[in-house]
Ligand binder design. Structure first.
Ligand code: PLZ
Length: 458
């Protein structure tokens, strides 16, 4: 296993550094301009403005350097300015930036589709279609499933997150901030969306329920409330992202997939957040040998360029008539060039192994902190796979969600020069999604700060 920085060619020194006032004067000036020009509805987690980013470091306009443990929400797995991705993008923009694949097609789109057929679970015949965002991929997977089955209903799960468009808001479980606020709603929402109970081991009422039993509970709810003959698709994140990095109990996903197959229901794995080496495998579904009928991907796929995809069984994908799928920018040639380069890096540097290594280093550390804190620990659970890791924070001695400690920990980390993200239905989960090219020393340093932040709340 490689140690230290795995790419010695970083442009930016891989070290955190906070200089004086924070946020600095240049960030404050930009914040003032922003307040007068940018809609209030789009909020930022960090009060500083980015000047540059490379490897595991983000620098701001006042010369501060932060260790990035969020990757822009699981996107910059190969780094935010990976040299090979940047070169591929430069090469492509020097030729053509856009023709629209629906007007005049090009090779890059086909190359990406070939790579997706190779890398996604299962060795059946596959087809792919490309889009711009995760939400768009999910919307289109549902369109394909409905067209292929002739059925209307879609089942999503408790704690699910699938996006912010009208259909994907309906599929998303959490109201605030995605669907409504105390002041109003973004609804009405798309019809024929139903919700089934998730397997959430840490918060099960019956602590002994196993994955298969949790799947039977969901199946019963679906059969009783909808009827399997009306269901086009079962849509699930194999590891839930925004909902709290929830890893379902072993056996949950395989039983759901098996039942879906029996009933002619399309099993869609939303791997927008968990895909592309993040969990230590190309896709999180692989950890339990589940082969989805359709898989949605985005985020890590193209080294930061906007690209998303639906890949699936040829007979389902090709059930849609020519002209039924598309969009002006879907599979943009620059984004495709970036994806081919980013996937090449993932293979060359074996970022699956790297994600496993990051996971074992961080897990070992966080379990040791929890054990050391004993009774006063606010660490309810450390969970995740590979470099998709989370700490669920609770009130000491119980399981009551501790959202205030979660917020305090992320603020503490930021002031010390470490960017971490939070998530969870109850806002009480710290999640770690470092770039997979983070060096061991930088990871250790980031974890030192996180450990100090947790201890400051105990
Ligand atoms: N499916 C599983 O994680 C995006 C959203 C952040 P888009 N997650 C980050 C926010 O608050 O908007 C996501 C996801 C899963 C779908 C999506 C949607 O992907 O590219 O943001 O549309």
């Amino acid at each position: 296993m490689t140690t230290q920085a795995i790419d010695p060619q970083y442009r930016i020194e891989q070290k955190r550094r906070i200089n004086g006032a924070f946020p600095g004067p240049c960030s404050q000036e930009l914040a003032a301009r922003r307040a007068k020009s940018v809609a209030a509805g789009v909020a930022s987690g960090v009060p500083v403005y980015v000047a540059d980013a490379d490897g595991a470091i983000v620098t701001d306009v006042d010369g501060n350097s932060f260790i990035d443990l969020g990757s822009g929400i699981a996107v910059t797995s190969v780094g935010a300015s990976n040299a090979a991705v940047a070169a591929a993008v430069r090469e492509q923009v020097g030729h053509f930036t856009h023709t629209c694949f629906m007007v005049a097609p090009y090779e890059g789109y086909i190359e990406v589709a070939e790579l997706l057929a190779e890398l996604t679970p299962g060795d059946h015949e596959k087809r792919s279609v490309l889009f711009n965002s995760g939400a768009e991929a999910v919307e289109n997977a549902v369109k394909i499933a409905r067209m292929a089955t002739g059925r209307p209903a879609v089942v999503a799960f408790d704690h699910a997150y699938h996006g912010r468009t009208n259909l994907t808001m309906a599929l998303t479980a959490k109201a605030m901030p995605y669907k409504s606020s105390p002041a109003g709603t973004f609804g009405p929402f798309a019809p024929e969306v139903y919700r089934a109970p998730m397997s959430y081991p840490f918060r099960e009422e019956n602590e002994n329920i196993n994955g298969k039993e949790a799947a039977e509970r969901a199946i019963l709810a679906i059969e009783k409330q909808i009827g399997s003959e009306s269901v086009a698709a079962l849509l699930i994140e194999p590891i839930q992202g925004e909902g709290g990095f929830i890893v379902p109990a072993d056996g949950f996903l395989p039983r759901l997939a098996e039942w879906a197959q029996e009933k002619g229901i399309v099993f869609i794995a939303d791997e927008v957040q968990s895909g592309f080496c993040r969990t230590g495998d190309w896709f999180a579904a692989n950890h339990e040998g589940v082969v989805p009928d359709l898989i949605t991907m985005a985020k890590g796929i193209a080294g930061g360029m906007p690209l998303s995809a639906v890949t699936g069984r040829a007979e389902l994908m090709d059930a849609v008539h020519p002209g039924g799928l598309g969009g002006t920018y879907g599979g943009n040639p620059v984004a495709c060039a970036a994806a081919v380069a980013a996937i090449g890096i993932m293979k060359d540097l074996d970022l699956n192994a790297r994600a496993q290594h990051i996971g074992s280093v961080a897990m070992t550390r966080l379990h040791a902190v929890a054990a050391d804190l004993g009774d006063k620990s606010i660490i309810g659970e450390v969970r995740g796979r590979g470099a998709m890791l989370a700490i669920e924070l609770v009130m000491p001695g119980g399981k009551a969600p501790n959202a205030s400690a979660t917020k305090a920990i992320s603020e503490y980390c930021l002031k010390e020069g470490v960017i971490i993200l939070t998530c969870g239905t109850y806002g009480n989960v710290v999640r770690l999604l470092p770039p997979l090219v983070i060096g061991d020393d930088v990871l250790e340093d980031g974890l030192n700060v996180l450990e100090a932040a947790i201890r400051s709340q105990c």
